[in-house]
Design a protein around this ligand. Sequence first.
Ligand code: GLN
Length: 471
Amino acid sequence: MTAAPHDLRTIRTELEAGTTTVSALVERSLARSAERASLNAFLELFPESARVKAFEVDQKLRAGTAGPLAGLTLGLKDNICYKGHRVSASSRMLEGFTSLYSATVVERLLAADAVIVGRTNCDEFAMGSSNENSAFGPVGHPGQEHMVPGGSSGGSAAAVAANMCLASLGSDTGGSIRQPASFCGVVGFKPTYGRISRYGLIAFASSFDQIGPFAHTVQDAARLYEVMAGADPRDSTTSRRPVEPVPATHPGKLRIAWYRECLEHPGMDPHIKAHLQATIDRLKTEGHVVEPIDLPLLDQFVPTYYILATAEASSNLARYDGVHIGHRSSRATNVDDTYRLSRSEGYGREVQRRILLGTFVLSAGYYDAYYAQGQRVRRLIRDNTVRALEQYDLVITPTCPTTAFERGAITDPVAMYLQDIFTVQANLAGVPAISIPAGIHPNGLPFGLQLMAAPFAEAKLLAAARDVFGG
Ligand code: GLN
């Protein structure tokens, strides 16, 4: 079997030349997914609906009425609803649950003629950085299977990297698109908070969550973004600002900042650090203005995120009580036990830990000390971040301090939380951020670099990622 092309433009050329069909591309995607089943990237393939959709898109191509995503095979993170298909958030709590409606993003992608080939594994309720927290087994790194692919959208990143589908969707609450993108060597993009509807996304921390794409190229991520973005009456937090298309032209000379505190961070891998320094030098040589700036409160980013995100999670996950929705214990004989046993059996350890932590920081005696204080620090971080992004077109950072690590290597939850050190800022501030493949480490594993831009500056961010950073 010949390798599938890695970008939509090439695929469209082949479709137009008649050398392939959408049905053939879907068969190749299904076959490739079966071939690499040991990665555990897909929890389930949707061959029937994928074949029906592919047939429809092939007909539309012949009639000249196909949408902009015709030819694109897509993996859906298992926390995004697709009517009539299962969705579980990789949790026993929702095992066997079938979506009653489709997420807005799913409706828009199908309307643009993408074909959804299956649902991808992730950390339970999107909580994690290694995809080891799935109730349905960990995901392997596509390059070295005993390593982790990152998380929480590990299955989505691995599926694209291993060419099981052309693109996929993830959700990013604290880095869950960008960190696995960095680990797996693909593009991962989190738009501005409110740019893409969260309707039909299983909520983790509602003031942070954003859906975004994984792809091999920035151009393909941009195409998916353009289809998904924009106001949605079913999500009141979506912005009504018009979605600017990503310009086809080079963005020209840019003002780019980098944070001293990130590069000097003690956890930074020396090779990734040297690579970033070389990138900064190259950008200067090319005539961009590149300047170091300070990043106040870096040490507060992760604690602030984990206080606020767990608080929101404890509230969002209260609905899965075994009574109205979710797993119900067969051992319970009274009301109290129904709640206690259903939630103890339905949730894994990490989810339980976060519900406890979130309930604690919201409790009457500790609310002011933790939750209210966290909100104040978040505002400071947001203001500092947005101020810098008003003075510069972009800020460049490493996506993660290291490459992928071995499965089982990080057992301390706090050490795992520190994975998010460079990614949570964009979620705390609500700004758009992208991870693009930067290079291959001497250890053989890929790593990414992260670009952030001002709120709603996606068009500029994506054009720069494509033309200035070669993503
Ligand atoms: N790793 C972070 C967490 O565990 C981010 C998760 C995410 O973005 N969904 O909370």
